[in-house]
Design a binder for this molecule. Sequence first.
Ligand SMILES: Cc1cc2nc3c(=O)[nH]c(=O)nc-3n(C[C@H](O)[C@H](O)[C@H](O)COP(=O)(O)OP(=O)(O)OC[C@H]3O[C@@H](n4cnc5c(N)ncnc54)[C@H](O)[C@@H]3O)c2cc1C
Length: 392
Amino acid sequence: MSNPEFVDAVVVGGGMVGASIALALGQAGYSVMLVEEQPIPSLPAATDPFDVRVSALSNASIDFLAQLGVWPILRESRHAPYRRMRVWDQAGAGDVSFHARDTGFPYLGVILENQVIQAGLWQAVAQCPAIRPAQAVQPQHWQAGKAFGTLTLSDGRRVQTSLLIGADGAHSWVRQHIGLEIRRHDYDTAAQVLSVHTAYPQQDITWQRFTPQGPQAFLPLAGARGSLVWYDQPDRVAARQALSDDALLRVVHQAFPPELGEITAIERRASFPIRRLHAARYQAARTVLIGDAAHTIHPLAGQGVNLGFADARALFDCLKDQADLGLAALLMRYERNRRADNLTVQYGMDAFHYGFRETNPLAVRLRNAGLMITEHCPPLRRRLAQFASGER
Ligand SMILES: Cc1cc2nc3c(=O)[nH]c(=O)nc-3n(C[C@H](O)[C@H](O)[C@H](O)COP(=O)(O)OP(=O)(O)OC[C@H]3O[C@@H](n4cnc5c(N)ncnc54)[C@H](O)[C@@H]3O)c2cc1C
């Protein structure tokens, strides 16, 4: 067997979050191996179909991507900035609108397809000589030692490293391999996501109407397109997924509010089970978790990858200028910095999910009063808009 290679860090998972921490470390001069099992998407041409998975990036995430030199690539690709955000309750008069002017930023956020974000990050990875991509491979074994750890890959390679970073998503191999426990909660809800063509030209508003079955949301995409997210019981989502496009379009027009306008075609559709999970710890010997590998949240406020980018940024802040990236004290500091924020957002999403399903008249009155107070209290509205923009 050949001698093992040595790198300062191995990142398992080249999704949006894994590619971002690999870039941050690589650009700071650390040698990094980036392991990804799936093919990497390339930036789509204007006429290519849209990825059904999209993300609303906060201003904090855009700032991080700009520091990595990725934002200029994404800005040239298809994207939809949104300046306005509206949230209302089907069961009452509560209705709140947020505007970018409340935040000091030109927009509240930008919607991009996940494939565009990942492709942009990998374009920057290709230009960073300190990163060695390992594509179409998986990790097979990880042994953490005192001075370094050894990772065996599915192509037989052995790599020695100071730190293994698990950025391999909700079903994280890294997390399971080192036996970190998770707390998990199933919402008994699925998200049906539709990429659609709209009769309206490109919009600058994202909106969400809460119903007792779950929210119905519109996210603008580049051009006369949008992404609809319809949260509902899993069996109802499965039944709608089985409908033809024409039948599904009719159901969407009946169920969604008139703000949607006319949907002229469904381009793609998918459904996702909604669950929250949180690793009991983010770190173990020479190993650390970031992004969905450490925590997933209800996506109703579009914060998942934003939390992942905040993890990557915080981890980099703890590691930069260090000779040994795997020191336990550094990894513990990262966990301390991130756990409370992730937990707050997780439980904030629970408050929305369960609070808006409640049909008890008192609860309905209370939450609508809360929405109306927010609408008529500019400092509160401003603070919430800043929070959604990633300012903590
Ligand atoms: C319906 C829905 C809507 C959402 N909308 C938003 C939104 O608007 N805004 C937002 O911020 N978030 C949103 N999210 C959440 C967001 O998609 C996730 O938080 C984000 O994708 C997590 O990124 P990640 O890189 O941590 O993990 P992932 O995206 O899961 O990436 C993990 C990567 O690791 C690779 N991998 C996995 N296992 C291995 C292995 N063993 N070996 C090698 N590679 C491996 C995978 O191929 C993948 O590339 C939404 C989620 C859902 C379900």
